[in-house]
Design a protein around this ligand. Structure first.
Ligand code: ADP
Ligand code: MG
Length: 674
């Protein structure tokens, strides 16, 4: 397998009980997708399945052995040899695999596994003639191990399922117009592909010809089909519903949407939640303490003159009662389930730390353009001060052609609609939150906002320009040095779901919501009004560093989340306690800087993710409280109240299973709406 084993770590640790459950949903690794085939995901899925089957088989054998011994003890006496054979079988099937794994851990990594405690306890029981009790322990242990494993597997399959949705081959259009079937891994950027109705989009691309609707639910969790026209982006693993489409490949397999999602999740391995680290630390330290403590109990009881048999029995009971299985599994069970539920709804957390942090967030700051607004802006007005309109548009489109900003896309669409060919512009440089500069045949050229104009010493008091400024739209000025050639107004609309999303966050108890934009205040206020945000919540005309400073200010009053999409948001995304990037549409830089990627455009998901994070925090508290409490009761019972070994076993295993099931409830939390 490529990297880490999948969560649960069946392959190198034998059973889910080894408890190294990373918040990693997909472990097959990104590199496998770039490689020869897509088998590694399936392979890891299969071996995982094998691990589960093997666990269940071993548990069944253990139970069979135990069953025979129980019949002999309580119903009718069976031949001695049969009963002894059955018990040995139960010990072998229930204890040997776990014991081997535990020994491996001990010698390879110098770590004492919890499995070891169980095996030692069973052997201790057997050594004092309580072989039946030992067998009960092993049987319950192996069963709950198998069940946990199975349950955790469910959580992990959410993203794995996505990988299975990728087609193996694509229909490529050759230059002579014929179609050929090629392996998806062999596709190159620039290739043109034909998508038949019902076909899955094999890699990220752009629609060239045809119009239709695409089911993007695999990526965004959104059930409603999204209609696509020429020029629109198509995401890998989405389904072309009807119509024949021709698309151009914009990203190869290794850098397409699914690979990026996997990278987001796998790179997060190190970002463990604090509570996760606690439960791991606890497990590691405490296991040693339990073993030492049980030996101490044995020694003390012997010193007090107890018969060896009784002292050993008591020590074994304490060993079982004090084993921290439930504590150690309680946190990953909750976090993994929540991460999977979120991923299914198009909200990707880079690990448990972000999830746990989001639960504490009390303030949300939003970037405007591309986050609260669609980013699909239109050029709505045009003022030409020098030369003719076509020449002006050709110049503006020429310089914007190199920009990835939403404004640039609007300008290019406007040029195309007018049938204007952009002029060639070189030495292009982007100035975040200001604009862009470059050089054409006639010399230096700039396009941008008032700040850019001021920097160039340009005068914006021409009546046509002040008229434009009176509106509530984004204005892009074009100029050469201090000379203004003209300007365009660009109108952007708020996202359909943004108002509901903001309202839902307020309902969820978020005290502070802010808009932080590099755009003009007039535009920001108009969008804010559409979203039910108050003017004092709007911060406009910001440079990237201003956003960072404002987030810093908010952070003084509590945890802050920043939601953004652009290059200019990267600083604020990184500074915020939780950075949330608009996933599918956002820039690569923003995705890198963020802790969470919102793959869906649906802002309501944000509030759902927020609620999920809070519920997860609650479940973790419940689980830890319950697990620690149950352990305390069992230990006290084992030490002072003659708690029988079978009861300790049932309490211990039952508690472990309960916290896992409690964690799994999060899996059903509906992030998906509609
Ligand atoms: P937001 O913070 O709302 O996402 P940005 O910081 O990306 O907005 O942009 C702020 C302003 O900077 C824009 O409203 C625009 O006036 C100017 N600007 C940024 N990039 C460009 C560009 N490529 N062309 C013209 N103007 C730009
Ligand atoms: Mg933006």
């Amino acid at each position: 397998m490529a990297r880490q084993p999948l969560a649960g770590g069946d392959d190198d640790q034998g059973r889910g009980r080894s408890l190294h459950v990373e918040p990693v949903l997909v472990g097959a690794g990104v590199e496998s997708r770039a490689g020869a085939g897509d088998i590694s995901a399936e392979r890891s899925g299969q071996s995982h399945q094998h691990g589960q089957d093997r666990d269940l088989l071993l548990a069944a054998i253990t139970w069979l052995g135990l069953g025979v011994a129980l019949v002999d003890a309580f119903l009718l006496p069976l031949p001695w040899l049969l009963v002894q054979g059955a018990l040995v079988l139960a010990y072998l099937a229930g204890g040997v695999p776990a014991g081997l794994v535990a020994l491996q851990q001990l010698f390879r990594k110098g770590r004492l596994d919890i499995d070891m405690l169980m095996v030692v306890a069973a052997l201790a029981a057997a050594s004092v003639g309580a072989a039946l009790e030992g067998a009960v322990l092993l049987a319950l242990f192996s069963l709950s191990g198998a069940l946990e494993h199975r349950a955790m597997g469910r959580a992990r399959r959410a993203v794995e399922a996505l990988m299975a949705l990728r087609p193996d081959t694509a229909l490529r259009l050759r230059t002579d117009g014929r179609q050929e079937e090629v392996a998806v891994a062999a596709l190159l950027v620039g290739d043109r592909l034909v998508l038949r109705p019902g076909a899955r989009v094999p890699v990220d691309g752009q629609l060239l010809e045809g119009a239709g609707a695409v089911d993007e639910s695999t990526i965004t969790g959104e059930a409603m089909p999204v209609s696509k026209a020429a020029g629109d982006a198509l995401h890998e693993a989405t389904v072309n519903l009807h119509g024949v489409l021709v698309m151009q490949v914009t990203r190869d397999l290794a850098s397409s949407t699914v690979a990026r999602m996997i990278a987001l999740v796998t790179e997060a391995q190190a970002m463990k939640a604090p509570s996760e680290r606690f439960s791991e630390w606890f497990g590691a330290r405490y296991t040693v303490a339990v073993l030492v403590g049980s030996v101490l109990v044995l020694a003390v009881l012997l010193a007090m003159g107890w018969p060896f048999q009784d002292a050993m029995y008591r020590a074994a009971t304490v060993l079982v009662a004090a084993s921290p299985c439930a504590v150690v599994i309680s946190v990953p069970a909750a976090i993994l389930s929540a991460l999977a539920a979120a991923a299914r709804g198009g909200v990707l957390f880079k690990g448990g730390a972000a999830l746990e942090m989001l639960a504490e967030v009390r303030a949300y700051a939003f970037d405007k353009t591309g986050t609260l607004t669609t980013g699909r802006a239109e050029v709505s007005e045009l003022v030409v001060l020098e030369g003719d309109e076509a020449g002006f548009v050709a110049l503006l489109a020429g310089i914007e052609a190199a920009s990835e900003h939403h404004i640039a896309a609007a300008v290019l669409r406007a040029a195309e609609a007018r049938g204007v060919v952009p002029v060639a512009v070189q030495e292009v440089q982007a100035w975040p939150s200001e604009g862009i500069t470059g050089t054409d045949a006639a010399g230096a050229l700039w396009a941008g906002n008032m700040r850019m104009a001021a920097r160039m010493g340009a005068d914006l008091t021409h009546p046509a320009l002040t008229d434009l400024q009176a509106g509530a739209q984004t204005i892009v000025y074009l100029g050469r040095g201090p000379l203004v050639l003209g300007a365009v107004a660009v109108a952007d609309t708020s996202r359909a779901t943004a108002a509901a999303g903001v309202a839902a966050l307020r309902n969820a108890g978020v005290r502070q919501i802010a808009m932080m934009t590099g755009d003009r205040r007039e535009v920001a206020l108009r969008i804010a009004a559409e979203l039910g945000m108050r003017p004092e919540e709007v911060f406009a005309g910001l440079m990237p560093a201003d956003k960072v400073r404002l987030v810093d200010d908010l952070a003084k009053q509590g945890r802050v989340a920043f939601v953004g999409d652009g290059v200019n948001d990267a600083g604020a995304l990184a500074r915020a306690d939780v950075g949330i990037a608009m996933g599918a549409a956002g820039s690569e830089v923003a995705l890198q800087a963020a802790d969470v990627a919102l793959l869906s455009d649906d802002m309501a998901r944000l509030a759902l993710a927020h609620r999920l994070a809070r519920r997860t925090a609650r479940v973790i508290k419940q689980n830890l409280g319950f697990a620690l409490g149950a352990m305390l009761v069992l230990v006290v019972g084992g030490l002072f109240f003659n708690l029988p070994l079978p009861l300790a076993v049932i309490g211990h295993e039952g508690g472990t299973l309960l916290v896992v099931l409690n964690g799994l409830r999060l899996l059903r939390d509906p992030i998906r709406v509609g």
